[in-house]
Design a protein around this ligand. Structure first.
Ligand SMILES: [Cu+2]
Length: 212
């Protein structure tokens, strides 16, 4: 009788508290709960494994990506002629630090006119700010010298010229021996012509922001 009471009383108390424990079957629920926690833990370590995969790319780290949609500039020739680029163009750009101060930039575009050359560069300003301004230069030219070939060249700027294929798509990668200074390179611009000596490439046709 005494034993029964001793057992019964804690059972009521524990039931009120909301726990299942006591005189029998006290190892079922808590054990199950612990098992669930264990499963969650292994899920977490799966995520950690994914992070590990990223860490193995540490020498090839993404440092900038294009954001938003392409800005296709209106009246690019300032004479009323239509742009050769439609508003429906697509694409993106990414920049990777390779270690040793080098950077690889990849530009991918589509829905452009087929089999056509374009110039392209990383520019200093955002697309909406003075049509992205001038080209980013690792060693900045003195005032008025931005088109001096000593500064406006493929080693001191980031040139991404490309020729579209029969479907109007293109992909271009270039590697340079520098990484842009934070806040001083903000976009990728597509121009009307392949880049010539001194960095000139004709009208600015389209732009996508890629802030460094
Ligand atoms: Cu440009």
């Amino acid at each position: 009788m005494k034993t029964t009471l001793r057992c019964f009383t804690p059972m009521i108390f524990l039931a009120l508290v909301g726990l299942v424990a006591g005189c029998g079957g006290d190892d079922s629920e808590p054990g199950g709960a612990a098992g669930s926690a264990g499963s969650g833990g292994s899920g977490g370590s799966g995520g950690a494994g994914g992070d590990g995969g990223g860490t193995s790319d540490a020498a090839d780290m993404k440092i900038a990506s294009s954001t938003g949609a392409w800005n296709v500039y209106r009246d690019p020739y300032a004479d009323g002629r239509a742009s050769p680029i439609a508003d429906t163009m697509m694409g993106s750009a990414d920049a990777f630090a390779l270690g040793g101060g080098k950077m690889r930039v990849k530009l991918t575009v589509s829905a452009l006119p087929a089999n056509r050359p374009f110039g392209s560069h990383i520019h200093k300003l955002a697309c909406e700010d003075t049509k992205a301004g001038g080209h980013y230069q690792n060693n900045p030219a003195p005032d008025g010298g931005a088109n001096d070939p000593a500064f406006a060249n493929a080693a001191n700027e980031v040139w991404l010229d490309f020729v579209t294929d029969a479907s109007g798509a293109a992909s271009k990668e270039t590697t340079v021996d520098f990484v842009p200074r934070t806040g001083q390179a903000k976009s990728v611009v597509i121009h009307d012509m392949l880049t010539m000596d001194g960095g000139l490439a004709g009208a600015k046709l389209a732009c996508i922001n890629m802030p460094f």
